[in-house]
Every structure is written in structure tokens, then in C-alpha cells.
Design a protein around this ligand. Structure first.
Ligand SMILES: [Zn+2]
Length: 407
């Protein structure tokens, strides 16, 4: 535990193994970490993977994953796994905004605003969300019960309750309604989860995390936490108070990230894990760990890798810049990943320029390893009372370092 009483190192136990926290969970949206085999994911040090209920619902269908023996069996990942509820992806169809915005939106709020060039392909009502499939344009519906059914069929160790994602563009009034609606959906998720746990009693127990909404408003975040932790299943034999853990969701303005996690950590029970959905930038990871978040997931390390952007302790650079054409050195000096111990920047520069598939694999291995190793080093620093020193040193180097080709 850090001196502030919030940041902490610990262990999450699942039917498929334990996760030492703080931990970075690698995203395998469609039951694959793009461009990597599970063995490569494991070799990068990943303790757990997170797949997406929405994408797997559309393709191949949760019944097929269930028949395969669940997500882990289907994708040959023997370790702990998570699925997110599909809420974020479904609602993103509605507006097309990113999760973390490095911008001030004060005075810009309007419930009808959508991202430029996007159509509104999802509609929220009290019962759920109707949306158009991005694959074939067919209409679908997600509700609390449907999300739970899908996630039980997918069979991950940790699932998330179906929540309404708002954006920072929504008005305060809409955020209030949304927190209340998400609370009603959380109750329905918990009830359905209890029923499905009984109905599928031959399967390993799947933990359910409630999701905290409330945008940048302290009172709404605290109210959402209090509501979730007091929720009890209406199904006999499932009287435990609250959820197995909690996800901190919703769009987050970067400058409020630490505060939002802290408000939640102060309200949520100490003995349950807290997952921060969708972050991986080093400053965000330090802020979130300091404030008491335990696990994180994000597509960014692999997405940026596929675009040739390489993370190092001295900042992020693009390996396709001319400076790297004859750089016969690792992507990052001292990195212990497979890519850095076998290949050079010059080789990756060539592979990207030649549009070779291997470029993406090798870059993804490094970026995932970088992020996993960063969070692991935060955990070790917490255990040894060196968190503040690591934070100052790492962030000074990452944001102030003179790396050639910085992006
Ligand atoms: Zn590396």
C-alpha cells in the first residue's frame, strides 16, 4: 500500500491462475492479440488477456466459443481472461469518440453531438441499446441480460456488467440519468449472472465486475460507487453484497484521470479488484496506480505498433523515419523482449517499408512487453517503497527523452 492508502500491490485469483497487480491486461478483441500467437503473448509477460463480447457476439457467435470450451480453450490461452460487456463498442457506434480525451470540453456539451464523419448507429433506451452491425448492417440489440448471456457463453474468468457509455460531450443532466440507468442495468446484470451461474453450474465460476460511470463529476462517480457496492442479487443463494470487482468506465479527460480513480478507490471496498478500462500511456498508468487501480487494458500498444510507433523509456518514436534506416541496434537498448534480443531497428525499418507482415508482429511484441514491463516495475516499486522515485525518473525520461524520430 502506498502512503496515500490507495495505491497498492496485490493478487487476483481466478480459476485459470493468479494475476499479480498492478497488471497490464493485453487486449485480444476478437479472441486474438492481433499479429501474435498466444505463446508470444505469454513470452511478452502477459498475465491475462481481455476479449470483447460485442465483437465475439457478432463473429463467430458466443455459442461457438461455448462449444469450443470457452474463450481460453478456443484461442489456446490457458491463463486468466476477461471479457468486456460490449457496452463501450456498441455505444461507440453511436458517437465515435475516443475514450481518453486530452482536451478541455467545458462549454461544448451537447447530447446530440457526434464525431465528425460519423453516423449515429446505436440508440439507447431504458431497456438496452439497438445498433447496426458494422460487419453487415444488420440490426441487433444488447441488454443487460443479453450481455450476461453472451459473456457466460464466452466463459472468461472476469466479466463486466453492461453499462451505458456516455461521452464528455454529454450534458450534466444526461450524465445523471445515465448513472441511474447504469445502476438499474447493474442490478439486472447481477440477477441474470446469478441465474446463469446456477444454470451453468458445471463451469468454473466467472466473476462479475460492476462498472462505475459518472464522467468527470465527483458526486456522480461517488454515487455510482455507492450504488454498485450496495447492490445485492435478487436470486436466493447469491446474497453477497456488491460485485466481485469494479471497472472504472466512461470517457475520461486525461487531466482528471487520477482524481476519478481516487474518488472511486475511496468509495469502493478495499478487498475487491479495481480495473481501469482502456488506458496504457505511461503517465496515465502511474496516475491510476497511485490512485488505487489494480488492472488496466488497452489496444494502444498493439495498435501503435502496427503503425510503426515504438515505445521506449526515452519516449515513442517511429521506426520508419530515415534516422532508423541504418540503425543496427535494438528497438530499445536493454529491452529483454524477443524482438530486441534478435533484430535491429534497421531490419524493422526495412520490414515496414516493404509492407511485410512480420513488421507488425515484431513491433507488437516489443510494445506489449514495454507496457507489461512498465506496470510490473510499478508493482515492484510499490512493494519496495520506491514508487515516487520510479514515477519521477520514468516520466522525466519518457516525456523529456531525446529519442530520434519521436512521435
Ligand atoms: Zn523490446
Amino acid at each position: 500500500m502506498l502512503p496515500n492508502g490507495l495505491g497498492r500491490a496485490g493478487t487476483i485469483t481466478t480459476p485459470h491462475g493468479t494475476i499479480k497487480t498492478p497488471a497490464f491486461v493485453v487486449v485480444g478483441t476478437k479472441a486474438t492479440v492481433k499479429t501474435l500467437t498466444p505463446e508470444q503473448v505469454s513470452a511478452a509477460g502477459a498475465q491475462a488477456v481481455l476479449a470483447n463480447a460485442f465483437h465475439l457476439y457478432l463473429q463467430p457467435g458466443p455459442d461457438i466459443v461455448d462449444e469450443a470450451g470457452g474463450l481460453g480453450r478456443f484461442m489456446n490461452w490457458p491463463g486468466p481472461s476477461f471479457t468486456d460487456s460490449g457496452g463501450f463498442q456498441v455505444m461507440s457506434l453511436g458517437v465515435g469518440f475516443k475514450k481518453v480525451l486530452a482536451m478541455d470540453v467545458t462549454g461544448m456539451q451537447n447530447d446530440d453531438v457526434i464525431a465528425e464523419g460519423r453516423q449515429r448507429d446505436a440508440r439507447v433506451d431504458e431497456d438496452g441499446v439497438t445498433f447496426k452491425s458494422p460487419l453487415d448492417g444488420s440490426m441487433h440489440r444488447f441488454t443487460a441480460e443479453i450481455s450476461m448471456g453472451v459473456q457466460h457463453q464466452l466463459g472468461a474468468d472476469i466479466m463486466f456488467a453492461f453499462d451505458e457509455l456516455t461521452t464528455l460531450m454529454n450534458t450534466r443532466g444526461y450524465q445523471e440519468e445515465s448513472v441511474e440507468r447504469t445502476q438499474r442495468w447493474a442490478q439486472r446484470c447481477l440477477d441474470e449472472h446469478s441465474r446463469l451461474t446456477d444454470a451453468r453450474s458445471g463451469h468454473p465460476y466467472q466473476a462479475l465486475f460492476g462498472v462505475v460511470q459518472g464522467a468527470q463529476y465527483e458526486d456522480l462517480r461517488r454515487q455510482a460507487c455507492q450504488g454498485l457496492r450496495a447492490t445485492r442479487s435478487g436470486v436466493a443463494g447469491h446474497e453477497q453484497e456488491g460485485f466481485d470487482g469494479y471497472g472504472i468506465g466512461g470517457a475520461i479527460e486525461k487531466r482528471h484521470l487520477g482524481d476519478i480513480v481516487r474518488w472511486c478507490a475511496e468509495e469502493l471496498p478495499d478487498d475487491r479488484p479495481r480495473h481501469l478500462l482502456g488506458i496504457s500511456e505511461p503517465d496515465d498508468l502511474f496516475a491510476a496506480c497511485a490512485a488505487g487501480a489494480d488492472t488496466f487494458d488497452c489496444v494502444n500498444p498493439s495498435r501503435t505498433a502496427r503503425n510503426a510507433a515504438i515505445y521506449t523509456a526515452r519516449g515513442r518514436y517511429n521506426v520508419t523515419t530515415a534516422a532508423n534506416r541504418r540503425a543496427f541496434e535494438p528497438l530499445e537498448a536493454g529491452c529483454d523482449c524477443y524482438t530486441c534480443t534478435h533484430y535491429t531497428r534497421a531490419y524493422l525499418h526495412h520490414l515496414f517499408k516493404a509492407h511485410e507482415f512480420l513488421a507488425k508482429t515484431l513491433a507488437t511484441i516489443h510494445n506489449e512487453r514495454f507496457t507489461i514491463r512498465l506496470v510490473d516495475s510499478i508493482r515492484h516499486a510499490m512493494e519496495n517503497g520506491e514508487f515516487d522515485a520510479l514515477r519521477t525518473e520514468f516520466l522525466g525520461s519518457f516525456y523529456g527523452g531525446a529519442v530520434p524520430g519521436r512521435v
